[in-house]
Design a protein around this ligand. Sequence first.
Ligand code: IMP
Length: 188
Amino acid sequence: MFATGNSHKLGEARAILGPVGIEVESYSGPEPKETGTSFLENALIKARAAFEATGVPAFADDSGICVEVMGGAPGIFSAIWSGGRDDKTNRDLLLAQMQDIAPENRAASFVCTIAYVSEETEISFTGVWPGHLAMTASGDHGFGYDPVFIPEGFEISAAELEPEIKNSLSHRYMALMQMRQYFADPTA
Ligand code: IMP
């Protein structure tokens, strides 16, 4: 069961796991405070809260964009970078903070850590999608920082990629595929 109140994350998880025969149920209960200092700690907080509330094994995603010259920020604060949760305001602030940084120094990556919690297990999986920060926003697909993130190997933003392409390359795809692999063979 996927513990998330984020419909974009849920849609992507369904699009990624559906084709490999995994149905994703969602749980959206009271959101625990994300008091962790890493993607892993926050993912664990969310997955544990859902498991404790429902008794059903749960996984949660903590993710964000990490900009190299900003020391990895916004990182775990991506969703609230401008103080609020508005995607456009968050993106605009990040672009403004980076406006004097030349294209060659704009390396950034999306990071997704998935934590899975059950009675027997606590385990995590992390996916990293490398690329760089655009100078301006473009594209209508996706969510969050997709319009300002140019994935490695592309010259267009993640929001200009067809969703199927994003969902076969992204940080979330990589973390979810690791989880799928683990369930296929927990000893591997
Ligand atoms: P969380 O809900 O605390 O994990 O915050 C995740 C935040 O990171 C989102 O609100 C987005 O701003 C950003 N983010 C995570 N994954 C993506 C993605 O796939 N595309 C664009 N932004 C993302």
